[in-house]
Design a protein around this ligand. Structure first.
Ligand code: 13P
Length: 253
């Protein structure tokens, strides 16, 4: 079976105006134009999706969104529909990021609805999961991941999940400069893959890319990406500058 193709994704969170986002995306394009052996994705904020999508057209960088609502249209002030993201040129959508769970009331139940809506709109969902520091200290990491995977992916058929991407982002490592050690990350990724195997079989588990997120930087990416179950990265702060993200994208193992 083919090895999993790495996916290196930048989550720009609530940073950059559309003009700034286009400038960084264009700079990055130059830096990574020769990269052919891995996938690259940028997820700018909503107002930047269309212009960044235009800048990335016919390139090796895909566009992603940071969230979506599950209804196709309607009176839902402040929300954005899957079809709108698709029309803006998105290929991926991040779902259930810990900041959404922490600040905006996202639950495994709403995550499940958003994933279904993404799949129906032919968007590739990037399902984010991960434990808090308190949960890790209480030895609950695996049980938290079990629950997030089971409930987040409840009632899906195997065929629905062909384009699923999972991102393991330990909450204590996000934006803190504390990275999971290679062993901690590998252990969690291996556990997630075993959960996918139990629920959906070996083939899907083997094919699904599991990204690591949490203080990934140019100086730790090479080591992290050596681990067998790390299939890419979801990068926040270090993706905001083209040279830093360009280096991360071109990790060497
Ligand atoms: P940092 O890379 O800034 O820690 O953020 C990680 C993240 O939340 C990506 O989604």
């Amino acid at each position: 079976m083919d090895a999993r193709r790495p996916l290196m994704a930048g989550n720009w969170k609530m940073f950059k105006t559309h003009t700034e986002a286009v400038a960084t995306a264009s700079e990055l394009l130059h830096l990574v134009s020769g990269v052919t052996d891995r996938d690259i994705m940028l997820a700018p904020t909503y107002s930047a999706l269309v212009p960044v999508g235009e800048a990335l057209q016919n390139s090796n960088i895909s566009l992603g969104a940071q969230n979506l609502f599950w209804e196709s249209d309607g009176a839902f002030t402040g929300e954005i529909a899957p079809g709108m993201l698709k029309a803006a040129g998105c290929e991926y959508v991040i779902i259930g990021h810990s900041e959404r769970r922490q600040y905006f009331g996202e639950t495994d139940g709403t995550v499940n609805k958003r994933i279904r809506a993404a799949i129906e709109a032919d968007l590739r969902p990037v399902l984010c999961i991960g434990e808090t520091e308190t949960q890790r200290d209480a030895d609950e990491t695996f049980s938290v991941l079990d629950k997030q995977i089971q409930n987040g992916l409840q009632n899906f058929a195997l065929a629905d999940l062909n384009h699923l991407v999972v991102a393991y982002e330990p909450v204590w490592a996000i934006g803190t400069g504390k990275t999971a050690s290679t062993d901690q990350a590998q252990e969690a990724h291996q556990h997630i893959r075993s959960l996918l195997e139990k629920a959906f079989g070996q083939d899907l588990a083997h094919r699904t890319r599991i990204l690591y997120g949490g203080s990934v930087k140019p100086d730790n990416v090479d080591e992290l990406m050596q681990m067998p179950d790390l299939d890419g990265a979801l990068v926040g702060g270090a993706s905001l500058k083209a040279d830093s993200f360009g280096r991360i994208v071109q990790f060497q193992t």
